[in-house]
Design a protein around this ligand. Structure first.
Ligand code: GLN
Ligand code: ZN
Length: 768
């Protein structure tokens, strides 16, 4: 039985890569310093795995920005607009230009597009393909990494994005061809890479083909067959591991197990049910890699459970054909749990349930030992400790709150319904709110200036007292309220100055959440996130936002909108429990948010927004599972929103994605008003409304807050006219397309003044 992992985190255990990249980008250090940091990280990772006793240690899992971009550079798929840089600059500068754009030395070249890596929060750089696309071996990074591993004493397993997956990850940049048609042109470059690796003594090669676990077209299936047959023919002696993850193979199982490779890797965390069927069908020539240690979450592996899987596989195909592995690359978990030393943020009891990348590597090796004939005393001791930790987690009073479970049990469909229809609610709301046509509002946050952030950090360090911090925030809030009154916004917000992050702020106040000090995970390039950990039953011990909303409302006779993050988004952007379904955790969060909503109402807040920007990104990878997810996600939102009277107006907000294909589900959320991002696509979203009559009110974002550019009134009027062509005027709101947190006051002021003017112009036209 052999062990391996599919990849290791590459940002360094203290985000060394982030810091080194950012210093290099700003010209503070030279390329050699950056390369040196990269080398140290790689060597540390190899060493750590080697010492732990991993058999097949990956190389080329390291990347300075993104592994898909690495492949793009390797195969020379460099878009035309970078030609000038390609011919003049260091390879790494070309690489970063493709990732981040290049605006200097008289050049202004846009970056390549970035999008989410399957259903993770990691983002990759999307390959761009043309009809006459050529490929050639441009970068020898893969070979170089193999050689440096060898120099470090490691016979590494190069990790390469499989050819079909690489093509499918990309986009056709012109009409009239299918990117899969490029397979034959790309294949010779793969041959060259493999030849180079073979010449340098490589034995195992890992091809990442996660698309094999997704819905595939017939053409994609055919391409898989052709390509892998060719690769096998050219390289009869290399050992190929075909890595699938993030889903089960399902209807692609016969395809995957018929490909002429040596090892098939399956994700048994995401899809444990597939093991039996895979074992039934696997041909004798194929070994099986069991992805049993979760690469997507931070929980300790349950050894007893894993050993059952291993035993089943060994029984059926023999230990010589079984590999023990992480479910996917460990890229998606933080580096090292040992670095968590703050007992207050993460208590010892919770910590003992967890494992980060380093610990997961150890778990894989322990499992291998436990599954062998004669595990030694030490290993058995580790099994006993593991069992104890798992048992403790199953029963811990920190996790299990009977009142929360009871409340979930008695929650009914009625709780997920407002008492009246939208038409009836609208009337009660209008009686009280008295809003004009084309009412203006914003999405919640106002600029988080350097000062605001400095106050928070001083407060956290104890350099500002709670009273001082509170007074500063109040001043900032009051200024923001006054300013909104002055320029004539209809529905005001308090500005969210007290919040660090829209999930963390709530997580910190809800029971069942823990926080790490150093639990960073790469989101894209040098950007890392530190997701909260939902470890237990979630409830709300005390009101979370009432203080600020009530304060803001007390300052003005206009309506102030209360501002909350919705249950699906909180779930989506956290590490979640794996001991109960996501849907159940989501329902618990929904009930906690519901409590907050009703408390806001009691405090006199008549308009409450529940943000759900992440609702679409929770969609399962297989379309057959969409409806199930959407059902519970929409229900969770509705539970959070439905505890109020008819006259209280519920808003929601969404951004970051296209919504056309789930428009019916968005309507099912039954928010009185939805504000939604769509200015970047010039209101492409509105196409959906041409056929679909959206029943409630809607504020299609009229300007892009992701750019410092100030839009003109005329532009916004144009967008509103486009909106009005498909949505009746009386249903429309006027707002930017997301929160203003990342903007400066200067551009915010100009943009919002123009926005109010645009609304005025629209309402004048419609008044006559
Ligand atoms: N209310 C949040 C804000 O304005 C919404 C942020 C978001 O949608 N990402 O910052
Ligand atoms: Zn947003």
């Amino acid at each position: 039985m052999q062990t391996h992992i599919l990849g290791y985190p590459r940002i360094g255990s203290n985000r060394e890569l982030k810091k080194a990249c950012e210093q290099y980008w700003t010209g503070k250090t030279d390329v050699n310093t950056l390369l040196e940091t990269g080398r140290t990280i790689k060597e540390n990772n190899w060493k750590l795995q080697h010492e732990a006793g991993i058999d097949l240690i990956p190389c080329n899992d390291f990347s300075y920005y993104d592994q898909v971009l690495d492949m793009t550079l390797t195969v020379g798929a460099i878009p035309q607009r970078y030609q000038e840089i390609a011919s003049q600059k260091h390879e790494l500068d070309l690489y970063f230009a493709m990732a981040r754009g290049f605006q200097k030395e008289g050049l202004d070249i846009t970056a390549m597009e970035m999008t989410k890596w399957f259903d993770t929060n990691y983002h990759y750089i999307v390959p761009e393909f043309r009809k006459d696309q050529e490929f050639s071996l441009f970068s020898d990074k893969i070979i170089k990494e193999f050689i440096s591993a060898k120099e470090a004493g490691i016979q590494a397993k190069p990790v390469i994005i499989g050819l079909v997956t690489y093509l499918l990850l990309g986009k056709e940049k012109e009409e009239g061809f299918d990117r899969l048609d490029l397979a034959n042109k790309l294949l010779p470059v793969y041959f060259e890479i493999l030849k180079g690796l073979e010449n340098h003594g490589a034995e195992y090669i890992q091809f990442d083909e996660p698309f094999l676990a997704l819905d595939l077209s017939d053409k994609a299936k055919e391409t898989y067959r052709l390509i892998y047959a060719e690769i096998r023919k050219q390289f009869p002696n290399l050992k190929f591991i075909l890595a699938t993850y993030f889903e089960g193979l399902q209807n692609n199982l016969s395809l995957a197990s018929s490909l002429p490779v040596d090892v098939l890797h399956i994700d048994l965390v995401r899809c444990p049910e597939q093991l039996d069927e895979v074992l039934q069908t696997i041909p004798e020539t194929l070994s099986l890699s069991l992805g049993i240690v979760d690469g997507r979450n931070i929980w300790k592996n349950d050894f007893e459970k894993s050993l059952k899987f291993i035993a089943k596989a060994v029984h059926k195909i023999g230990s010589g054909r079984v590999f023990i592995a992480s479910s996917c690359s460990l890229l998606h978990v933080p580096a090292d749990l040992d670095a968590e030393k703050n007992e207050e943020a993460l208590s010892g009891e919770i910590k003992q349930w967890m494992a980060f990348a380093k610990q997961k590597v150890q778990e894989i090796v322990i499992l291998q030992k436990l599954a062998s004939e004669n595990p030694d005393y030490n290993t058995l001791q580790q099994l006993a400790e593991n069992k104890k930790a798992i048992e403790n987690r199953n029963t811990s009073a920190l996790i299990h709150h009977p009142e929360v479970k009871d409340r979930v049990d008695v929650t009914t469909e009625e709780d997920a319904k407002r008492s009246s229809s939208f038409q009836a609610r609208k009337k009660s709301q209008q009686d009280i709110l008295q809003l004009p046509l084309f009412p203006t509002t914003t999405i919640g946050s106002f600029p988080q200036t350097k000062e605001v952030r400095a106050w928070r950090s001083k407060f956290k360090k104890g350099e500002l007292s709670a009273a001082q911090y509170d007074a500063l925030l109040k001043e900032e809030t009051e200024r923001t309220i006054r300013w909104q009154e002055e320029i004539g916004i209809d529905v005001l917000v308090h500005g969210e100055f007290e919040r660090n992050d829209m999930v963390e702020y709530f997580g910190e106040q809800l029971a069942g959440f823990a926080f790490t000090q150093n639990g960073w995970v790469q989101s894209y390039g040098s950007r890392c996130v530190k997701p909260p950990v939902i470890y237990g039953d979630v409830h709300r011990p005390a009101p979370m936002t009432v203080y600020w909303s009530e304060y803001a409302q007390s300052l003005t006779s206009k309506w102030v909108k209360g501002m909350l993050t919705g249950p699906v988004t909180i779930l989506q952007w956290s590490f979640v429990r794996d001991d109960q379904p996501r849907s159940l955790t989501c329902k618990q969060i929904a009930l906690a948010i519901r409590d907050e909503v009703t408390d806001l109402e009691k405090a006199g807040i008549r308009i409450i927004q529940i943000d759900e920007p992440a609702i679409r990104e929770g969609l399962p990878l297989r379309t057959s599972e969409w409806q199930n997810y959407l059902k519970w996600a929409v229900e969770a939102f509705r539970i959070s929103a439905s505890g109020v009277e008819d006259a209280t107006q519920i808003h929601t907000h969404m951004c970051y994605s296209e919504f056309n294909d789930i428009i019916q589900n968005i309507a099912d959320m039954d928010a009185d008003v939805i504000t939604i991002e769509c200015s970047r696509s010039q209101m492409e979203l509105l196409n959906a409304f041409a056929d679909f009559k959206y029943p409630n009110e809607i504020g299609p974002g009229v300007y892009d807050i992701h750019s410092p550019r100030v839009p003109s009134k005329e532009e916004m009027v144009e967008l509103l006219k486009k909106a009005q062509a498909v949505i009746p005027a009386k249903q429309l709101w006027v707002n930017p397309d997301c929160g203003l947190k990342t903007r400066h006051w200067e551009e915010t002021e100009k943009a919002l003044i123009a926005m109010v003017a645009a609304s005025k112009e629209m309402s004048e036209v419609f008044a006559v």
